[in-house]
Ligand binder design. Structure first.
Ligand code: SAM
Length: 221
């Protein structure tokens, strides 16, 4: 498993924030499949499979691999770099990664500080990630940098809701949920736009909470 430097930018506040995030998800790794693997994954599988079927044979970045629950939903024969900030999550993903019928490299990396060259990937996929990334707009700008002009960003994400009482419940739950895992009230579609992507389609999966976001890096020139 390759590893990128935790904070190439050298900012100590961001380095300690990354360390906190890494510790939190390392701690969650042992029980993650029990929490996420049997209920939610079964429920979202058809929606994820359909999203991932857009993988088109180019150079693909997948953020964040977690324990690899998404790997069986990928089409075979792709060339994928799978990243996650948590080494323990990636260790737990190893068996699923080894079983993937394609090229898959696992890299420990923080999305805020990616070491990949500019315009490197043809497509980027995310799965239940931007509920967890501490600085979502910065993380998305980092994805924008490594994606080729005109390249696709395809996301399966849960976000906050615009509707009462869900909005209130999610705001109340977030201070607790963020201590152990994700935030429940993120405005991910707005964040994607704020980072500089063009939104092509937002495809609701469950209410206005679980959704697929289809976005693109503006073409050069
Ligand atoms: C809710 S889990 C989702 C895992 C997997 N995508 C799934 O759906 O089963 C969130 C994942 O995001 C990763 N993560 C959180 N912050 C990150 C960051 N800054 N850079 C890279 N990965 C991060 C965590 O380690 C964790 O594996």
């Amino acid at each position: 498993m390759a590893e990128q430097s935790a904070s190439p930018s050298g900012d100590p506040v961001h380095a300690s924030e990354s360390e906190e995030t890494r510790k939190k998800w390392d701690a969650a790794a042992a029980n993650f499949d029990v929490m996420a693997g049997y209920g939610p994954e079964k429920r979202w599988e058809p929606f994820k499979r359909e999203l991932f079927s857009a993988m088109n044979g180019g150079r693909i970045l997948f953020l964040a691999i977690g324990t690899g629950l998404d790997i069986p939903f990928w089409p075979s024969g792709q060339t994928i770099t799978g990243i996650d900030i948590s080494p323990k999550m990636l260790e737990a993903a190893k068996a699923r990664a080894d079983a993937y019928d394609g090229e898959l490299e696992l890299v420990v990396a923080d999305v805020h500080d990616l070491d990949f060259p500019d315009d490197h990937f043809d497509q980027i996929f995310t799965s239940c990630t931007f509920c967890s990334v501490p600085r979502p707009v910065d993380g998305l700008r980092s994805l924008l940098r490594v994606l080729k002009p005109g390249g696709e960003l395809k996301m399966f994400e849960h976000t906050g809701s615009r509707f009462f009482p869900f909005s209130m419940m999610m705001n109340l739950m977030t201070p607790l949920s963020r201590r152990f895992g994700p935030e429940m009230n993120r405005r991910t579609v707005d964040n994607v736009r704020a980072a500089g992507f063009e939104i092509e389609k937002v495809d609701p999966v469950y209410l206005d909470v679980v959704k697929r976001i289809h976005a693109r890096k503006p073409a050069a020139g």
